[in-house]
Design a protein around this ligand. Structure first.
Ligand SMILES: NC(=O)c1ccc[n+]([C@@H]2O[C@H](COP(=O)([O-])OP(=O)(O)OC[C@H]3O[C@@H](n4cnc5c(N)ncnc54)[C@H](OP(=O)(O)O)[C@@H]3O)[C@@H](O)[C@H]2O)c1
Length: 311
């Protein structure tokens, strides 16, 4: 496994982070708690030390499953969770108010079965609470020992100026990035550099399309988010383009004797040397496929081919 220390912190994390979205048990088709628990144990055995979740994944179920699965290993890992999205009364709203931050943090601690969160992330900004107010509320949680560090997610290049005076406060940010989704690449580089934060990529496997197991005939049930058109990686021209990318990935995977998922992950690890790659997994075999992304490199020709087909 490869590790790095997140900037402006003493958090040492594995560069492959287990993503907790499927652990919510909702919207990913067939997910089973026993397999998800076994997947967490496999990740631990393989040297994965960072686990990402959010209070909204499965409306809290992801945090519960993760906390239980980690058990006595909790002290050995970095738990990253998120707040700021409220689901209730049939609607979803964003809320970064100090009152909600406090309430959400206590609820996450309770569900995770821990008394501290290592990295507490703003899932989405609410476009009304000033950033200084959010920081004050998070600093207060730090003082109480409820969180160790805080980070951001889903921010834009246009946020840079507003966030610049607070460099060093937020230590990381998450954004969607993969060989199937390179539209955020330039903005991620600017944010990482100007705000001195480590980028963390979500949807790193293109929600599964970059594992090489799907074809243009693949379909998903109504209980799977990927059946919906907004999961563009699995629909229309974008799906066909992704399958072209996967064909190139398959060649490269064969050459290096790696699974296709490992090529998806390795591309990000090599292309963004300061990054942490988040990958959701539903069972141990998927974790094993993903950890094969660590500890090797793509050569220049591989990168050129992947770059060309995915640009
Ligand atoms: N900050 C944010 O707003 C945000 C948004 C989304 C996600 N995230 C975080 O980022 C993490 C990663 O994103 P994601 O989970 O949405 O998508 P992803 O990692 O791109 O894809 C995950 C899916 O790919 C399939 N898969 C994983 N490993 C595989 C393997 N080795 N072989 C075959 N199939 C495999 C599984 O689904 P199937 O087996 O059903 O294909 C799995 O659920 C999340 O879990 C979450 O922690 C953050």
């Amino acid at each position: 496994m490869e590790y790095l220390v997140l900037k402006n912190s003493d958090l040492k994390v594995s560069r492959l982070c287990m993503g907790g979205c499927p652990m919510g048990g909702y919207g990913w088709g067939d997910t089973r708690e026993a397999e998800l628990t076994a997947a967490v144990h496999t990740a631990l055995d393989q040297g994965v030390t960072m686990f990402d979740t959010a209070d909204t994944y499965g409306l809290g179920q992801s945090e519960i499953t993760l906390g239980k699965a980690l058990g006595s290993h909790r002290k050995d890992v970095v738990i990253a969770t998120k707040f700021g999205v409220r689901v209730g009364g049939g609607k979803t709203t964003y809320d970064n108010s100090p009152e909600w931050i406090k309430t959400a943090c206590d609820a996450s601690l309770n569900r995770l079965g821990t008394d501290y969160i290592d990295l507490y992330q703003v899932h989405y900004r609410d476009s009304k609470t000033p950033v200084s107010v959010v920081i004050d509320a998070l600093e207060e949680l730090k003082k109480c020992g409820k969180i160790r560090y805080f980070g951001l997610s889903n921010i834009y290049e246009s946020d840079i100026e507003e966030l610049k005076p607070f460099v060093g406060k937020f230590i990381s940010f998450q954004d969607e990035y993969s060989l199937a989704c390179r539209k955020n690449e330039i903005q991620m580089r600017s944010i990482a550099e100007e705000l001195q934060m480590n980028p963390m990529t979500w949807g790193s496997l293109g929600q599964g399309i970059l594992t090489g197991k799907y074809t243009k005939e693949s379909t998903f049930g109504a209980d799977d988010r990927r059946s919906r058109d907004i999961y563009v990686n699995f629909h229309g021209d974008k799906l066909l383009k992704n399958l072209e990318i996967v064909d190139v990935m398959k060649e490269i995977a064969l050459k290096h004797n790696k699974p296709v998922s490992a090529v998806a992950i390795r591309f990000i690890l090599d292309y963004f040397p300061d990054s942490v790659v988040l990958c959701g997994a539903k069972r141990p075999s998927q974790v094993l496929g993903n950890v094969e992304g660590a500890d090797w490199h793509l050569d220049k020709e591989d990168i050129r081919k992947l770059d060309e087909v995915s640009k």
